[in-house]
Write a protein that binds this ligand. Structure first.
Ligand code: ADP
Ligand code: MG
Length: 599
């Protein structure tokens, strides 16, 4: 059974398989190499990919996109609050978990972001099966390097809901480095900086590549920075321009905002190859057309602070890696937004006019690297992957809460995994019998600014004056990035407790099971709908065949008339039921009627 690599992007998803010694992109059912990460509930149908994206302006309330910006986040996250205002669909608050509410098939449906991502993944799975002619369950899914524990866990859950067996996860820039390294086929050691700027996220990763050995030195990034932010800036700019032109405010009109956003994204892409782009939307609001344009210089000026942030991250990651910019041999561009000339110019200038590497496809490299990694985890080793080795790092520091709400750092960011660290915690009161261990993720000095992972208590500490009772905490991260924490009381040694950081507020096993069943239901409905569509089309064909056959047969006028009247009746009936195919039983009944009369 093949294992595939899936790049589940904010904007676009892409997948690949490693076979015959190379990574091969798997095209979707339309023959496209990338699939928009869109899901739309239109009429009684659920659409995914291109078909869903086409509904974005018409059925804006039911067309879901950028779901990766919600995954693993809480409702009160400022970025969620800001994004919601611009989206056409509705995000609701359920115990501080963001959920998406859509009215579909006369019912209100509420989804977790994981479920929507699962629908995209399932679409990919089905396309892969069609492409490979085999069942596909094992997959590697990619995540932005800078994703935290909750975001990784949620992505993995999405895979499970889609019916995939997630055999591993790989950081997107690391995957791109693998694709780049294998493509180059050079044995000399090189320090490569991967610059991955997509639609929703930004990552910088520095990797030492030697032959087929990939050794990640440092990673940095921003899980909320990408092409969609540049679009949003343009939208804001033109909303105020429209207000000036027409005195109309569209900032609450989601349909208008959505249509403007589509025009802005197109203009932004145009600005990557020309110095000016038109932005035009007919009847934007109140019957008023919107006509404007934007220059490349203005676009760069509007996004200046974003571009600066990008460069700062490059500098910080370099400094974390312990390398100087002179030590970087190649800068490799990945992600759709690296086509922006200003971004390229900034990087070229910073790296002293180095030629940026554009030899790998920026839209496909991540999926290709994921496929290589997936293959390397499989049972059958491809000779082309002999000696393949990958060492990655953790993107965020792990720490324990210490006295006064301070973060006591245990495993610093950019530590190589797998890793094991021991920390000693002392009691803070005389004869303290129990000690709570709280684990956090993040870089800030106070735990309240970091991200809570899990907690547990160790009891049975023998009586001792304050600071004299001691507990040893063992933190261990395995190669998949999963954290285990264990606390051992030093004197008795036996009163230890083990826990796995499981991240509060995420999906439990049972919830995942329930969502898998829900996904199953959707799958069945889709299948049933497809069956009805096929039967409808078959009946239509049959009616036309009968109609054409009437002239060739030796029939009485009366026979001919009765057949023709049945044919006309059926064709009219099918025409009325064009958008929603009739039930199978009705279709079968009509078919029988036609068969009887024509025989
Ligand atoms: P993700 O991995 O986040 O899904 P992609 O790498 O597919 O994202 O990049 C998608 C982003 O790239 C979108 O915001 C899109 O507008 C942007 N993009 C694509 N082509 C261009 C271009 N020629 N110029 C500027 N931006 C582009
Ligand atoms: Mg990407």
């Amino acid at each position: 059974m093949p294992t595939i690599g899936i790049d589940l992007g904010t904007t676009n998803s892409c997948m690949a398989v490693f076979r015959n010694g190379r990574a091969e992109i798997i095209a979707n059912d339309l023959g496209n190499r990338v699939t928009p990460s869109y899901v739309s509930f239109t009429g009684n149908e659920r659409l995914v990919g291109e078909a869903a994206k086409e509904e974005a302006t018409e059925y804006f309330k039911n067309t879901l996109y950028q779901i990766k910006r919600l995954i693993g986040r809480t409702y009160d996250d400022p970025s969620v609050q800001a994004d919601m205002k611009l989206w056409g669909f509705t995000v609701i608050n359920d115990d501080n978990k963001p959920k998406i509410s859509v009215v579909h098939d006369h019912k209100r449906n509420v989804f977790r972001p994981e479920q929507i991502s699962a629908m995209v993944l399932e679409k990919m799975k089905i396309a892969a099966e069609a492409f490979l002619g085999e069942t596909v369950t094992d997959a590697v899914i990619t995540v932005p390097a800078y994703f935290n524990h909750a975001q990784r866990k949620a992505t993995r859950d999405a895979g499970l809901i889609a019916g995939l067996n997630v055999i591993g996860m790989i950081n997107e820039p690391t995957a791109a480095a693998v694709a780049y390294g294998l493509d180059r086929q050079s044995d000399s050691e090189r320090n490569v900086l991967i610059f991955d700027l997509g639609g929703g996220t930004f990552d910088v990763t520095i990797v030492k590549i030697k032959g087929r050995k990939f050794d990640v030195k440092a990673t940095g990034g921003d899980t909320h920075l990408g092409g969609e932010d540049f679009d949003n800036i343009l939208v804001k700019y033109f909303v105020s321009e429209f207000k000036q032109q027409r005195g109309e405010d569209i900032s609450e009109n989601k349909r208008a905002l959505n249509r403007l956003r589509v025009a802005c994204e197109a203009a932004k892409r145009k600005l990557s190859s020309s110095t000016n782009a038109k932005v035009q939307v007919d009847a934007l609001q109140g019957g008023h057309d919107f006509r404007s344009s934007i220059s490349q210089a203005k676009f760069e000026n509007l996004n200046h602070s974003f571009f600066e942030r990008v460069l700062d991250t490059v500098k910080n990651t370099l400094s974390d890696s312990g390398l100087k910019k002179e030590n970087i041999d190649d800068v490799v561009l990945v992600g759709g937004s690296t086509r922006i000339p200003k971004i390229q110019a900034m990087l070229e200038k910073y790296f002293d006019n180095m030629k940026l590497k554009r030899t790998i496809n920026p839209d496909e490299a991540v999926a290709c690297g994921a496929a290589v990694y997936a293959s390397s985890l499989g049972f059958v080793k491809d000779p082309a992957l002999e000696e393949f080795a990958l060492e990655d790092v953790i993107p965020l520091s792990i720490g324990i809460k210490s006295h006064g709400g301070k973060m006591s750092f245990a495993i610093p960011r950019n530590t190589k995994i797998p890793t094991k660290v021991r920390k000693t915690r002392s009691t803070v009161a005389d004869n303290q019998e129990r000690m709570g261990i709280k684990i956090y993720e993040g870089e800030r000095a106070l735990i309240k600014d970091n991200h809570f992972l899990d907690e547990f208590t160790i009891s049975g500490i023998p009586p001792a004056p304050r600071t004299k009772g001691e507990v040893e905490v063992l933190l261990e991260i395995n190669a998949c990035g999963i954290l285990h924490v264990e606390a051992i009381e030093k004197i008795t040694g036996n009163s230890s407790e083990i826990t796995i950081a499981r991240d509060k507020g995420r999906l439990s096993e049972n919830e995942i099971k329930r969502m898998v069943q829900e996904a199953e239901k959707f799958r069945e409905r889709d299948q049933e709908l497809k069956q009805r569509c096929n039967a409808r089309n078959a009946l239509e064909n049959y009616a036309y065949t009968v109609k054409e056959g009437v002239d060739q047969k030796n029939l009485t006028r009366q026979q001919r008339e009765s057949i023709m009247s049945k044919v006309t009746e059926i064709l009219q009936w099918l025409d009325i039921n064009k958008t929603e195919p009739p039930e199978m039983s009705e279709l079968e009944e009509k078919k029988r009627e036609l068969e009887e009369i024509s025989q």
